[in-house]
Design a protein around this ligand. Sequence first.
Ligand code: NAP
Length: 346
Amino acid sequence: MPSQLSIKEKFPLAPLTTLGIGGAARFFVKATSEEELIAAMEFAEQHGLPVFILGGGSNVLVSDEGFSGLVVLIAIKGIERSETVTVGAGENWDGFVRQCVERNLAGVECLSGIPGFVGGTPVQNVGAYGQEVSETIIKVRAFDRQTKQIVELSNRECGFSYRTSIFNSTERDRYVVLAVTYALKPDGAPALRYPDVKNYFAGRSDQPALGEVRQAVIEIRSRKGMVIVANDPDCRSAGSFFKNPILSTEAFANLEARAEERPPSFPVANGTVKIPAAWLIEHAGFQRGYSKGRAGISSKHTLALINRGGATANEVLALVVEIQQQVAEKFGVQLMPEPIFVGFNS
Ligand code: NAP
């Protein structure tokens, strides 16, 4: 075991996740620097251990058995500013957004109130209210587990598309994100693209300041239970549990034929359309506030599956499967979970 690393055994993971669910990690280490991260990966390799990289724990479901390998918590901090801003992967995302808004840097204001760490944002190309991180990311610094080198990937090399990048698709598990560089616009205009945000400022003739847009987004998200509130089980979730499905023309025609009313749809690319997963779930018969054991659906947002208190991962899983089956039976659409499942087959 490298002497500079403090590797813990049987370390409880539930407190490190927003759902508050799951067993322990067989080994656990907090990497506060690139050197510690590399040493942790060497430790895992020497002992033949699978590795799970943990950030803010806001998009994971940990199994009740825990993870039988090494969990590395990315705690690399630091915010460096020049013409661009380079941020350590272990910085809290919303804290970074707040700082940008305070300095009047535009480009991430609609991404206010999102839980998790900076390092997670390029992985799923985090987006909300018409803004996504791929618009501002210049490069991603990462440890390449294949070549054991630290590399810098350009925006293009990250292969961003809707909630997707190489990090969660073609190159899944290959890179550990260490830092992300964003190009933000000094004194830029806020993005007022989505109805929720536009409506908030309806009747205003002047352009709202970035700080006002941040407050608006946090308020809208809070109403939807999408801001973590300590001790409120209705918000104890992993954010949206299902991805909004993107359907081909044929699949959408099939859905339209099965639905009693026209489903909402938003054009994406090449004739495909994006369907709100929440609409499918509600029209398949689930209501907000629905409960199954100690798991349930938030009373504020259909996409937020919650831990109502003491829920196990298996209870959440049973709810996930029930929702998927009912949506598939009614509409022929397979809903895909958004969180990462940890330790379910190890
Ligand atoms: P919402 O605003 O009710 O929207 C539901 C769906 O309709 C989403 O697929 C959204 O697309 C789409 N939509 C709504 N208005 C649109 C417009 N004017 N043009 C194009 N598409 C439109 O969704 P919500 O669940 O309450 O979430 C609010 C925002 O946070 C959404 O943008 C959502 O995607 C985002 N969010 C992102 C993540 C993530 O990055 N993992 C997790 C949770 C929520 P978009 O998804 O493209 O916005």
